[in-house]
Write a protein that binds this ligand. Structure first.
Ligand code: G4P
Length: 511
């Protein structure tokens, strides 16, 4: 795999379990990158997240969550694009798709808690695509778990080589600072707030009671190996305190130095590299109704190759004809700045009225199709029951919009009038009901549907027709009009697969 090593773009996400300190770290990264204004907003979100109802209120004030969906900052000639992954505990498709748009990730771990369930789930998603991971063990200003226990836990639970790059000299009450193995310097807490103010002690000597541990941690684990890291086999480990601003500079430097520049992206059998000679990209997220007064939406495109210029014409694969991108948005921290040019690795927001969908490829020549952005077979299916039957049209519109955004999937049964929605996590249903009411003024309830899962059905026209004749009561069309089999149980899926060897029943669908 070749990547464009000259590129100064680093496009990454932070993965963590709630409360590990993602928000605080994001704030500090942005502060150091000179994007100070956002800090308060990021904080507001962190607090809100702890109370789910608050969180939804904030989510509905679209402005905040949008400016912070993509945060761009610059430092020492490197442009960092930080993509926010939704912070709630439920795994959602949105999170998965965001991780398809990054080249690397930072895994934040609470020093007192180690690897927690959500960290692990997100890690597995990264592993599927060999996304390289830098580990940041946070909150070393507090009492944490013993160092070796933490390092071994990361290595064992994630089956990953760990390579500590720093050593926290004492944790909690004994905290004396952080030793950087590369330079031998120790950053020490300063002043009453015990923050790190930026003066490193270059001639530091590690206090005797820690000296042996510091040395063992350095020699007892694999040395850093760039290739192993970039293949996703090894994670360099940094220690720090986001709250006290310890270790954050080292972390940014590590991303600048080690994290891969824009990586090639899969398009069927091909890999499209950043220096491919046309502008290409794919939509990984669509956000509707950011401004309640305008029913506009923003599609987020991860640029894969070429140099984008404002006003350029690109063809979305779902539309088949070119559109001019007149007012693209780059998500510089505070304002939505109008982008004039963008490079591979950048994220561009494209305002549109529903022409752009998650999974669409955009390109100049309309020949490439990026692959690997799947829909997942839903694990929870519900019937949508309208409280006011005159709102059928509004409901349909809302469900179409929200399925485009990837909040839910919607299925239109061949028999019966009620729409069926499918999700992979319970929280998606709560978001659905809340947004139906707040944004579309549609009051709806969700009822149990007699289905446990769904499969996309593919085959020859003839085979499909025959299957349809016998199974109409269990068939639906998805948003694209593709046939979906609604199964009563996993057993039901197996039974139909056996009975219909000419058909393919798949649990994911790539657009
Ligand atoms: P999250 O986005 O991952 O959910 O975590 P967030 O940054 O919101 O941090 C969760 C809590 O952990 C916050 O405390 C935050 O202040 C604290 N925290 C984050 N980093 C550090 C650190 O390096 N050291 C210490 N000691 N604490 C840290 P809270 O009391 O829940 O919220 P708040 O009221 O202080 O904001």
């Amino acid at each position: 795999m070749t990547s464009n090593s000259k590129s100064n773009r680093r496009t990454f996400a932070i993965i963590s379990h709630p409360d590990a300190g993602k928000t605080t770290l994001t704030e500090k990264l942005l502060l150091q990158g000179g994007a100070i204004h956002l800090a308060g907003e990021v904080k507001a979100r962190g607090q809100a997240r702890r109370a789910r109802s608050d969180w939804m209120k904030i989510e509905q004030q679209r402005g905040i969550s949008v400016t912070s969906s993509v945060m761009t900052f610059e430092r020492d000639g490197i442009t960092f694009n930080l993509l926010d992954t939704p912070g709630h505990e439920d795994f959602s498709e949105d999170t998965y798709r965001t991780l398809t748009a990054v080249d690397s990730a930072i895994m934040v771990i609470d020093a007192a808690k180690g690897i927690e369930p959500q960290t692990r789930k997100l890690f597995e998603v990264c592993r599927l695509r060999s996304v390289p991971i830098i580990t940041f063990v946070n909150k070393v200003d507090r009492e944490g778990r013993p160092l070796f226990e933490l390092l071994d836990e990361i290595a064992d639970m994630l089956a990953l080589d760990v390579s500590p790059q720093m050593y926290p000299v004492g944790m909690g009450g004994q905290f004396e600072g952080i030793l950087d193995y590369a330079t031998g310097a120790i950053a020490r807490p300063e002043g009453p707030s015990k923050e790190f103010k930026g003066k490193r002690d270059e001639n530091a000597v590690v206090p005797e009671q820690f000296a042996e541990e510091a040395e063992l941690a350095r020699i007892g684990y694999p040395e850093f190996d760039l290739e192993a890291y970039r293949n996703g086999d090894l994670t360099p480990v940094y220690f720090g305190s986001a709250l006290k601003n310890f270790g954050v500079t080292e972390l940014i430097d590590a991303i600048a130095k080690f994290a891969p520049p824009p990586r090639p992206q899969p398009a069927g059998e091909e890999q499209i590299s950043p220096d491919h000679d046309e502008v290409t990209g794919f939509i990984f997220k669509v956000q509707a109704n950011m401004d309640p007064n305008h029913r506009d939406r923003i599609a987020f495109m991860r640029q894969v190759s070429g140099t984008f210029k404002r006003g350029m014409k690109l063809t979305p694969s779902g539309l088949g004809k070119p559109i001019a991108i007149h007012s693209p948005i780059l998500f510089f921290a505070q304002d939505r700045e109008l982008a004039d040019t963008a490079e591979a690795g950048d994220i561009i927001g494209i305002p549109n009225h529903g022409t752009l969908r998650v999974g669409d490829t955009l390109s100049e020549n309309n020949k490439i199709r990026f692959t690997g952005l799947p829909n997942f077979a839903p694990e929870i299916l519900r019937r949508v029951q309208l409280k006011d039957p005159t709102k059928t049209k509004q409901l349909r519109k809302a469900l179409d919009d929200l399925s485009e955004e990837g909040v839910i999937q919607v299925f239109y049964p061949e028999l019966g009038a009620n729409h069926i929605v499918g999700v992979v996590g319970q929280l998606q249903l709560e978001v659905l009901i809340s947004r139906l009411s707040a944004e579309y003024k549609v009051e709806a309830a969700l009822e149990a549907a007699p289905f446990a899962t769904a499969r996309w059905v593919k085959g020859s026209d003839e085979a499909l027709q025959q299957f349809e004749n016998f199974n109409r009561a269990n068939l639906a069309k998805d948003r694209d009009g593709d046939m979906v089999f609604l199964a009563k149980s996993p057993w039901d899926v197996g039974y139909q697969e056996e009975k219909n060897p000419d058909l393919k029943f798949s649990a994911t669908k790539e657009r």
